[in-house]
Design a protein around this ligand. Structure first.
Ligand code: CA
Length: 228
């Protein structure tokens, strides 16, 4: 089977080469774009299956590239994984809300990068109709159809909102969601809710989950993630 095509958007030559080398060694077809403008051109010509996108780029920055890709019906389905530096939390939040799928903080090991690439490519086609699928994560079972959560076989009493927050996070383990994305998913758009009220839901959820509450991880300055 032909391996996927990956576009690396990175202006630091050494890093771009390291990523390209490791992706090629895994059998991926990897291309490098050193600027935001060339990223858009190569997306058109190479039709990548995934884009690794540095945020600090000459000409167009990474967020602008992400915004343009996600606004274009021809390219908005291509998963984008941001390559970010420490301290770029605000940009990470913006990128995730624009539709980027994930991010990796520099410096990263090739192993971590490859694992993330595989995860994003693997999950891509599944997202649509796994809404009703029962999730089993260690001692935690979530039955969306029955609106039921069990820890060590014992049912928990969750509020409707707590259930939906948990299910939303647990459907994509390892993915970071911003508070805004969580509110949006749980209440629909335009629901006036503060960051703080998401935090309150999470506190309540963790308490009720007990030991299984450790699955919900706070990602400082960004949001929350479900850890397997
Ligand atoms: Ca850069």
């Amino acid at each position: 089977m032909a391996k996927e095509n990956i576009l690396i958007v990175e202006d630091e030559e050494d890093l771009a080469e390291l990523v390209r080398y490791n992706l090629s060694r895994e059998g991926y077809l990897a291309h490098v774009a050193p600027t935001g403008t060339s990223a858009l051109t190569l997306t058109r010509t190479k039709k990548p299956d995934l884009i690794l996108l540095d945020l600090m780029l000459p000409e167009l920055d990474g967020l602008e590239v992400c915004k343009r890709l996600k606004a274009d019906p021809d390219y908005q389905h291509i998963p984008v994984v941001m390559l970010t530096a420490k301290g770029e939390e605000a940009d990470i939040v913006t990128g995730l809300e624009m539709g980027a799928d994930d991010y990796i903080t520099k410096p990263f090991s090739p192993r971590v990068m490859l694992a993330r690439v595989r995860a994003v490519l693997r999950r891509r086609p599944r997202q649509v109709d796994d809404d009703q699928e029962t999730l089993r994560i260690h001692n935690l079972i979530i039955h969306p159809g029955r609106h039921e959560v069990l820890v060590d076989g014992k049912p928990l009493t969750l509020t409707n909102t707590e259930f939906r927050v948990l299910h939303y996070l647990a459907r994509r383990p390892g993915w970071v969601f911003t508070r805004y994305q969580i509110v949006d998913a749980v209440h629909g758009e335009h629901y006036a809710v503060t960051d703080r009220s998401v935090d309150v839901q999470i506190v309540g959820l963790r308490k009720k989950l007990g030991v299984a509450g450790d699955h919900i991880e706070t990602v400082r300055g960004v949001g929350y993630r479900f850890r397997e």
